[in-house]
Ligand binder design. Structure first.
Ligand code: NDP
Length: 265
């Protein structure tokens, strides 16, 4: 075949960046850290983003940032430990932006403590936010996706703690291990509805959740123990985020994708 006979369209080459334009994406925990970054990146890529969290002043700031980016969004007070709050917000999002195409379960928290020392209230709050909150959000949005009949995507934010022991973080690791198994169970149960369920398992990336710790001498020593002696940065998750929110990950489901610069090796 010569150059003239070749129709490049027949090669079915991929788009240069995963396409999320026009998708309605509900992200939990967008008032800081990863969630705020996800909201910026998705809005920049043309998605309509539902931003959520408990701190309303922060939510307003993120809304203004999305306006400056030129993106579409809606803003909602959400506490993922409260099932009534979850139900109210998913209905509000669909009213404001249309049916939810993608749910990102990002809201999370940790408390550093030895297993012998952790307070029961802290243990309960970690499990209620990271594990139960992720499940209840997925349950509500999953039912909506099934009723709509057009599939969808759920992206959970796990951690290397989903599969690796992190010191002083037993409850956190337990909650993230549950998120990993939940990801695989829901992916299996909802495969027939064309709902993809995956998890990103990031290593240590500097955000408000951990910046105080990494400023301490012990924190700095921890970083020196990593193969590349550095922390990840929030933009290091952009590529995986866009891929897993786009239709280009059509047959990726039930996957736990570690993004840790080799920290857990
Ligand atoms: P941040 O503390 O910066 O952000 C956490 C977000 O979760 C905030 O927006 C907070 O909003 C929200 N949140 C917490 N509790 C609730 C709740 N009950 N209801 C609703 N929203 C809630 O943390 P990161 O950005 O670092 O972490 C984001 C996710 O990434 C978490 O799941 C974390 O476990 C995970 N992760 C982080 C890593 C890191 O190195 N930073 C590594 C691996 C995983 P508000 O307080 O306004 O409600």
């Amino acid at each position: 075949m010569n150059e003239m006979e070749l129709n490049v369209a027949d090669l079915n080459l991929p788009k240069l960046a995963p396409d999320v334009s026009g998708k309605v994406v509900l992200v939990t925990g967008t008032t800081s850290g990863f969630g705020r970054r996800f909201a910026h990146v998705l809005a920049h890529a043309g998605a309509k983003v539902a931003i959520t969290g408990r701190r309303m002043d922060r939510l307003e700031d993120v809304g203004n940032e999305i306006k400056a980016i030129g993106g579409g969004y809606s803003s909602h007070a959400l506490d993922v430990t409260d099932v009534e709050s979850i139900r109210r917000v998913t209905a509000e999002v669909e009213e404001a932006l249309g049916p939810i195409d993608v749910l990102i379960n990002n809201a999370g928290m940790n408390v550093q403590a030895l297993a012998t020392e952790i307070k029961v209230e802290d243990f309960d709050q970690i499990l209620a936010t990271n594990m139960r909150g992720t499940f209840l959000m997925s349950q509500d949005v999953g039912k909506r996706m099934i009723d709509r009949g057009e599939g969808g995507t759920i992206l959970n934010i796990g951690s290397i703690g989903s599969h690796t022991v992190l010191p002083y973080l037993t409850a956190y690791c337990m909650s993230k291990a549950a998120v990993a198994m939940m990801t695989r169970c829901l992916a299996r149960e909802w495969a027939r509805y064309m709902i993809n369920v995956n998890a990103l398992c990031p290593g240590y990336i500097e955000t408000e959740l951990n910046s105080d710790w990494f400023a301490t001498e012990k924190g700095k020593a921890q970083v020196m123990g990593y193969p590349r002696r550095r922390l990840g940065l929030e933009p290091d998750l952009d590529g995986a985020l866009l891929l897993l929110c786009s239709d280009q990950s059509r047959i990726i489901t039930g996957s736990l994708i570690t993004i840790d610069d080799g920290q857990s090796l």
